[in-house]
Design a protein around this ligand. Structure first.
Ligand code: GDP
Length: 366
């Protein structure tokens, strides 16, 4: 499955957010650094209103959303790349995630210690990013020495890898994250970069944790973070972890009323989960029938056989074709049969690139 790692300095609200996400008390929030020592992983349903619409038409007994994982990663402090705090553990855990959800403290509360003694989320983001860049710099420098030796003997692999590694190194030496070279990168170079598994090449989403009263509006801190994110080609969302923790304990109706009173349309976690999904370049396709309507996750650009493989490897191996109905056609025409009659059920083959919202029915050999 796809994993987002929740990172940030101690006491910014990571565990509170994570607990709300998984609705479990597994990662106890507490007012001191290093509370979360082992990484905790939670699978969450990806909220999608299209599921209900399809299920109503298909008269499905059950609705099964697709899921992504969040990992609560132990508190990082200044000096982590030199092994301070839980530094090495932190860096190892972050290496295993596909994207980074970076929580920033944007709430004032004199009772909750800030490890740096002041509220400045942009500076906090830089502190964390610096540790990640130092770690990348060190590992890349080490690997480049080897590669240069191999390239000097005309080693094929080394001569293809080296230019990408040198480019990443140059960025890090300028104090910039490797993510900066992703925009417009050639597909072959992207593969090489992904193979290097650097920390600062992973996509980042900044989560501004604000006080309850500022959840609907944000504040000066969240505006500063939004500007920073934009300059990096990253995204940011405003959330109050405290609100999310309360909402997670309420029944749906009560939750809606509670959110309404605060001027919010939906739980911030729904926005966060969807943003995480986007961050990972994931899209959803559906299968629909009387038994169930179900959402499935594939990476953007996946072809029909790969999409079939998410359901079962046999579906991929024996793939023949996929009956494909776009979500809008499915809903406006009123389901599979009318869509077929209207000529909106396409038979797509092995080269078809699955689109977000496709309602698919696979034909395959067993
Ligand atoms: P972590 O170290 O980043 O995992 O932070 P925690 O989730 O453990 O939160 C640290 C402390 O800040 C806890 O006492 C939380 O209750 C508190 N906290 C978290 N989010 C908020 C918030 O939005 N507002 C306020 N006032 N306190 C919060």
């Amino acid at each position: 499955g796809f994993k987002c790692g929740i990172v940030g300095l101690p006491n910014v609200g990571k565990s509170t957010l994570f607990n709300a996400l998984t609705k479990t008390a597994a990662a106890q929030a507490a007012n001191y650094p290093f509370c979360t020592i082992e990484p905790n992983t939670g699978e969450v349903a990806v909220p999608d209103t299209r599921l209900r619409q399809i299920a109503d038409i298909a008269k499905s007994k059950e609705i099964i959303p697709t899921r992504i994982s969040f990992v609560d990663i132990a508190g990082l402090v200044r000096g982590a790349s030199k092994g301070e705090g839980l530094g090495n553990q932190f860096l190892a855990n972050i290496r295993e995630v596909d994207a980074i959800v970076h929580v920033l403290r944007c709430f004032e509360d004199d009772d909750i210690t800030h490890v740096e003694g002041r509220i400045n989320p942009v500076a906090d983001a830089e502190t964390v990013e610096t540790e990640l860049m130092l770690s990348d710099l060190e590992s890349l420098e080490r690997r480049i020495v080897q590669m240069r030796k191999r390239a000097s003997t005309k080693d094929r692999e080394a001569t293809t890898l080296l230019p990408v590694m040198e480019q990443a190194l140059a960025l890090l030496q300028e104090g910039k994250p490797v993510r900066m070279m992703l925009n417009g990168i050639a597909p072959d170079d992207l593969k090489i970069l992904e193979g290097l598994n650097l920390l600062t090449s992973k996509p980042v989403l900044y989560v501004c944790n604000v006080a309850e009263a500022e959840a609907a509006t944000g504040n000066e801190h969240t505006e500063a973070v939004a500007k920073m994110a934009e300059a990096q080609g990253a995204k940011s969302v405003v959330i109050s972890a405290a609100i999310e923790a309360e909402v997670a304990q309420l029944a749906d109706e009560e939750a809606a009323e509670f959110l309404g009173d605060l001027g919010l349309e939906e739980p911030g976690l729904d926005r966060l989960i969807r943003a995480g999904y986007d961050l990972l370049s994931l899209i959803t396709y559906f299968t629909a029938g009387p038994k169930e309507t179900r959402a499935w996750t594939v990476q953007k650009g996946a072809k029909a056989p790969q999409a079939a493989g998410v359901i079962h490897t046999d579906f991929e191996r024996g793939f023949i074709r996929a009956q494909t109905i776009a979500f809008n056609d499915y809903v406006t025409l009123g389901g599979e049969t009318p869509a077929k009659e209207a000529g909106k059920a396409r038979d797509e083959g092995k080269e078809y690139v699955v689109q977000d919202g496709d309602v698919l029915l696979f034909k395959f050999n067993t």
